[in-house]
Design a protein around this ligand. Structure first.
Ligand SMILES: Cc1cc2nc3c(=O)[nH]c(=O)nc-3n(C[C@H](O)[C@H](O)[C@H](O)COP(=O)(O)O)c2cc1C
Length: 403
């Protein structure tokens, strides 16, 4: 039986949703068999359709984007990380991208960042990954190098470069150009330094595999090192890594190829890009699309399409779903799977993005900080029988399944 629901989610937008009525599934029916039956059901809610990337099947289209917790020491995950990521894995998202995880100590945004530059960082991450998998949530790591935006205060402290007495360090970048007021002028990387960065990403990918992670994301967005190479505003080099589009994108291509070589063939590789700097003369959507066409051939399975972060003066036209159009263009014009992110907050909005083919996944950041159980609530709102942890079944809507 079908019910038609009209839901208003953005000021000017009304969607018609054709959702299945509440299913009378046996309480303890396995989540897998229900997902299979939904796959056969053409009227399924698309937000809850599984997605296969290489050998990994994501149980729905809801992901959690990377969000720094600034709570690690020496790059090692702490109790906070276990509880924070654990509760979000319980919440029902299919994919959880763990925060920016530095490939080198000088690549940390702040002294509190996670890292994978040495082996002792593997085990505490592995514990989070294992628990997430027990909940049916695929854990990914976001491998990152902050470049000229490294050595900054924790997220809730003043945003500027820390000096040595505050635990800061010398930053590196494609060119000796500061991010902005309060930020140090970075040291320009020479070619040996660039080769080292590529090797650091590859070594971190190997450690991510040792930690049992099932997906990797390369952070090439938000004004961090790889994005600094892409944008002509931060890359003033005259060598093979600067100038033309081919040269500015060289490091990203080298990092992707090196990571792909270390990362198992059967596991997906994602990349996060800022589709635009939101500044005239900066990195733009057309260049993003062009780069994504190449990245697909290098083994990138999905592009996580964000924007901005390169300069503090960017004029960003933010609003509900404001970056979704970039994900839609990359998906359509580069022919690669995408995730949409940025002010996606309601089940109807998220479902609409998937149902209309604008993206293959939606990532909800701050909304899932506010409510880790958002995916289970969205399932209820859209009439999908989600799986719940058996420990919580007495609080679940009728017809819910045990995980
Ligand atoms: C506390 C916090 C930390 C973040 N840390 C990261 C990060 O580590 N890596 C990254 O690529 N984006 C980071 N972001 C950006 C988010 O991944 C996301 O793109 C952004 O919050 C927009 O999505 P939203 O509107 O759903 O929150 C962070 C955002 C927040 C709120």
């Amino acid at each position: 039986m079908q019910v038609n629901v009209k839901i208003r989610f953005a000021a000017s937008l009304i969607v018609d949703l054709s959702v299945p009525a509440r299913h009378g599934c046996a309480l303890l029916q396995s989540a897998n068999s229900i997902e299979r039956s939904f796959t056969r059901n053409r009227t399924m809610t698309h937000l809850f359709e599984p997605l296969k990337l290489r050998d990994i099947v994501l149980r729905n289209r809801i992901g959690i984007p990377p969000m720094c917790q600034y709570s690690a020491s020496d790059g090692i995950a702490a109790n906070w990380h276990f509880v924070h990521y654990g509760s979000r894995a319980v919440g029902g998202a299919a994919l959880m991208i763990i925060e920016a995880t530095a490939v080198a100590p000088e690549g940390r945004i702040t002294p509190g960042d996670l890292g994978l530059w040495e082996d002792r960082q593997i085990e505490p991450l592995a514990r989070i990954v294992q628990f997430s998998q027990e909940q049916g949530c695929v854990a990914a790591a976001q491998l990152a190098h902050a470049g000229r935006k490294a050595s900054a205060g924790l997220g809730w402290q003043a945003q500027r470069t820390l000096d040595a007495s505050e635990g800061g360090w010398t930053t590196v970048a494609p060119s000796a150009v500061s991010f902005g007021e309060g930020y140090a002028v970075p040291r320009e990387l020479d070619e040996a330094g660039i080769r080292q960065v590529v090797a650091q990403f590859a070594a971190a990918a190997h450690r991510a595999c040792e930690a049992g992670l099932q997906t990797l994301e390369i952070h090439a967005a938000h004004g961090y090192l790889l994005h600094q190479f892409l944008s002509p505003l931060s890359n003033r080099r005259k060598d093979a890594y600067g100038g033309s589009f081919e040269n500015r994108t060289r490091l990203v291509r080298e990092v992707v190829a090196a990571v792909r070589a270390k990362w198992p063939e059967r596991l997906p590789l994602l990349i996060r890009l800022s589709a635009t700097d939101w500044v005239d003369g900066g990195w733009n959507v057309e260049e993003t699309i062009e780069l994504c066409r190449t990245l697909r051939g290098l083994g990138v399975d999905l592009v996580d399409v964000s924007s901005a972060g390169l300069v503090p003066t960017a004029k960003i036209a933010a609003g509900p779903g404001f970056q979704t159009e970039f994900a839609a263009r990359v998906r359509r014009e580069a022919g690669v799977a995408t995730a949409a992110v940025g002010l996606i907050t309601s089940p109807a909005q998220a479902d609409h993005i998937i149902r209309t083919g604008q993206a293959d996944m939606v990532l909800l950041g701050r909304e899932i900080l506010r409510n880790p159980y958002w995916p289970m609530g969205a399932a209820q709102a859209l009439g999908h029988a989600a799986s719940w942890p058996p420990q919580y079944l007495r609080a679940a809507p009728a017809g819910s399944l045990a995980r």
